[in-house]
Write a protein that binds this ligand. Structure first.
Ligand code: SF4
Length: 89
C-alpha cells in the first residue's frame, strides 16, 4: 500500500473487518511509528463515545478509519476546534 497513513482516501467510509485487519497488518510493518497499546486503547475509547464516530469505524471529520489512525504517533484527532486526543512526540 501507499505511504499515505490516513485512510480518508479509501473508496468508501464503510469498510469491512477484513479491510481494517489488512490496514492494521500494514501498520504493524512500521512499529516505530505506532503508539503503545495503552495509548491506542485510550484513543479508541475516546472515539467510541464520540458523536462524530460513524458506522462504528469512521471519523466524520476526516473519513479516517479510527482503528487505523489511532495507531500512529503522528496522528491526532482531526476535530480542529476541540481535538480529543493528540500526537505523541
Ligand atoms: S478522531 Fe476525534 S472527532 Fe474523530 S471519532 Fe475520534 S474523537 Fe471523534
Amino acid at each position: 500500500m501507499s505511504e499515505n497513513i490516513c485512510k480518508g482516501c479509501v473508496e468508501s467510509v464503510i469498510v469491512s473487518e477484513e479491510v481494517i485487519e489488512e490496514l492494521l497488518m500494514e501498520a504493524a510493518e512500521t512499529p516505530e511509528k505506532l503508539v503503545c497499546d495503552s495509548i491506542y486503547q485510550e484513543r479508541l475509547g475516546i472515539c467510541s463515545s464520540c458523536a462524530s464516530l460513524q458506522y462504528g469505524t469512521t471519523c466524520a471529520y476526516s473519513g479516517c478509519i479510527i482503528r487505523y489512525r489511532a495507531k500512529f504517533k503522528g496522528k491526532a484527532c482531526p476535530n480542529i476546534g476541540n481535538p480529543k486526543w493528540h500526537k505523541v512526540v
